[in-house]
Design a protein around this ligand. Structure first.
Ligand code: PAF
Length: 273
């Protein structure tokens, strides 16, 4: 795997084949590797990036102590078939005009006000430099991939945005770099986040009457509070626009963000009606 440190170096490479791009912030886990694996099985050239993007962290968030595990990450990327690793310098995120995305003021955007501006701004920069045929994201960050898909479509950017299923630990907990902040016992307990939204999904599948959604949600909130989760949000929304579901909504999203022992964890389930 060739490691590239600057946009200039990247621009000097003549890629003749179709390129898949997997942007990451490192501390790679099975969720990331499923993206790299898909990319290497389906595209001749795979480019990954590791960049802890300062623009997407709030003042009191974990930018400075975000886990940095570069050596281990490089090994994994080589093993899973990444051809190039782009490691931009610190100044990659400097002097950029922040982009204001659509769908950014709800769900995670409420408690992380400028988070998606930062994500979209850096992804836009990556896409404009790398010009990949396809760019891969995980569905765990549902709102992130929706925002990027919408932006790419509206700006007619010639990259297909592909979103792949969430990879889970045995307990059901969605894989995330932040799971490393939890003890083994806490990780097991946090399986409850997924089982709770799965229960709501089962209820919706057996009664898709939107009048019942509030009561499914209230019951779930009670359970989660009993289990010591601090709720940021638990929402049942139309998956296409993140607003209140209508009777003719085709796809519903159950999205959740909680804190457990101060670690913020998110998850979601999509339901096709
Ligand atoms: O999901 C992430 O790890 C980040 O938000 C991303 C897409 C790499 C942008 O910095």
């Amino acid at each position: 795997m060739r490691i590239i440190n600057s946009s200039e170096e990247l621009n000097s490479i003549r890629f003749s084949d179709k390129k898949a791009f997997v942007p990451t912030m490192g501390n790679l886990h099975e969720g990331h590797m499923s993206l790299v694996n898909f990319a290497s099985k389906n595209y001749p050239t795979v480019i990954t990036s590791i960049f802890i993007n300062p623009l997407q962290f709030g003042k009191n968030e974990d930018f400075s102590n975000y886990p940095r595990t570069l050596k281990k990450d490089i090994k994994l990327l080589e093993e899973f078939g990444s051809d190039y690793l782009f490691l931009p310098e610190k100044d990659f995120a400097e002097n950029l005009q922040l982009i204001k995305p659509k769908f950014a003021n709800v769900l995670c955007g409420r408690s992380r006000p400028n988070h998606f501006d930062g994500v979209l701004t850096i992804i836009n920069k990556f896409l404009s430099i790398i010009k990949p045929d396809v760019c891969l994201f995980g569905l765990k960050d549902y709102q992130q991939q929706l925002i990027i898909k919408d932006f790419v479509k509206r700006h007619k950017i010639n990259t297909e945005i592909l979103s792949l299923p969430t990879v889970r630990e045995a307990s059901g907990l969605a894989m995330s770099s932040r799971n490393n902040y939890l003890s083994d016992e806490a990780r097991l307990h946090c399986g409850k986040i997924y089982s709770t939204i799965k229960k709501i999904a089962d209820c919706i599948e057996s009664s898709s009457n939107t009048d019942n959604f509030d009561s499914f949600r209230e019951d779930a909130l009670k359970d989660l509070k009993k289990d010591n989760f601090v709720i940021d949000y638990l929402e049942i929304v139309d998956a296409n626009n993140l607003t209140k579901p209508l009777t003719n909504s085709k796809k519903i999203l159950i999205a959740i963000a909680v804190k457990y022992e101060s670690v913020r964890l998110i998850d979601n389930i999509e339901i096709f009606l």
